[in-house]
Design a protein around this ligand. Structure first.
Ligand code: TRP
Length: 332
């Protein structure tokens, strides 16, 4: 607990290409979170180098990711936004936790297996110990809740196991974190295969709408969205494509499914897709504008990073010194 609030921690990869699925399903709701919880959002550049990066791009995407989160409504005054490598406690605790994590546990991580198959020429030790660094991220802040997608659940389970093991040996040191599954927030599907989740790494770029896509791209992608052989805009079983488009339209306009059905009664899919594209492009326009403004103001972004790192360091150091004392390090 910090200031009587539960702690929420999330790490975000500096990839910068977030989708409307991330936006409508999660980020847009983060701002309500900050009233209820003490929130840390960390751009995980240390995790990013487990796969080879072009240095200038990594640097640019670190700024972009921060700018995009702020543009989506995360207020740096109400949330601690910072960059992982600016807080050395992550590296320090990461090393310590490596010594409390078993080789066998890390070998069972499915993401490690997937990534080492995908990057067979660079199966480095960092890729293998990635989950212990992630555990350090979480445990440093005595985190209660971690908003995670299914792909990260196994890593969170491991973080819980490491915390429990450490607490078992040294007495209560870490809060054992719980996964946080968002109750609010829509699930958005791929435009090409509407039974699948919209994924930012989908190779078919027509299936995915990115927050920073241009209006033209957005309209084109919705125009091509897969629907069905029916012609009615109604929310019904078996109409996954239309259901998905109705969900997106509803998120951007605030209209209910009933209202949408009435609005498009007697009209075809073409009109509907155009309307969804327009609503999406209009809804994202302020985010795009704010993003552009922030990216032109590096000094401001750096100030956010600095303040965030100072605040994060304060809490991280508290946990770290406790850990160092418990394991028997000397202190000066
Ligand atoms: N591994 C997460 C991902 O790939 C990113 C991440 C790093 C993270 N540290 C974290 C997520 C801590 C939640 C909590 O998406």
């Amino acid at each position: 607990m910090i200031d009587d609030k539960k702690v929420v921690f999330s790490g975000v990869q500096p990839s910068g290409n977030l989708t409307i699925g991330n936006y409508l399903g999660a980020i847009r709701n983060f701002s309500e979170f900050s009233d209820l919880y003490k929130c840390f959002y960390c751009v995980v550049d240390m995790h990013a180098i487990t796969v080879r990066q072009v240095p200038a791009e990594l640097r640019r995407r670190t700024y972009e990711t921060l700018a995009l989160y702020i543009a989506c409504g995360l207020d740096p005054k109400k949330n601690t936004l910072y960059v992982q490598s600016h807080v050395p406690a992550h590296a320090e605790l990461g090393w310590i936790l490596n010594c409390y994590t078993m080789f066998g546990e890390l070998s069972r991580m499915t993401q490690f297996k997937d990534k080492s198959a995908k990057h067979a020429d660079n199966v480095n030790a960092g890729l293998f110990t990635y989950p212990t660094l992630m555990a350090a991220d979480i445990l440093l802040y005595q985190t209660d809740l971690v908003p995670v997608g299914v792909d990260q659940k196994q890593h969170l389970e491991l973080a819980r196991d490491i915390a429990t093991r450490f607490n078992g040996v040294y007495g209560d040191t870490f809060v054992v974190p719980e996964p946080y599954m968002a109750k609010s927030g829509a699930k958005i599907a791929s435009l090409a295969e509407p039974t699948k989740k919209m994924s930012k790494s989908d190779e078919n770029t027509n299936a995915v709408v990115y927050i920073l896509d241009s209006k033209d791209d957005i309209l084109r992608k919705f125009k091509r969205a897969v629907t069905d052989s029916d012609t009615r805009v109604v929310f019904a079983e078996g109409k996954d494509g239309i259901n998905n488009l109705m969900t997106i339209y509803s998120c951007f306009t605030g209209k209910t499914f009933d209202e949408i059905e009435r609005e498009f009664d007697g009209k075809g899919y073409g009109d509907f897709k155009l309307a969804v594209g327009e609503a999406c492009a209009d809804g994202l326009a302020p985010v795009r504008e704010e993003f552009a403004r922030l990216m032109a103001d590096k000094a401001y972004l750096e100030e956010v990073m600095k303040n965030g790192a100072a605040e994060a360091s304060y809490y991280a150091r508290k946990t770290l010194s406790k850990v160092k004392r418990k394991i028997g390090y000397t202190s000066l």
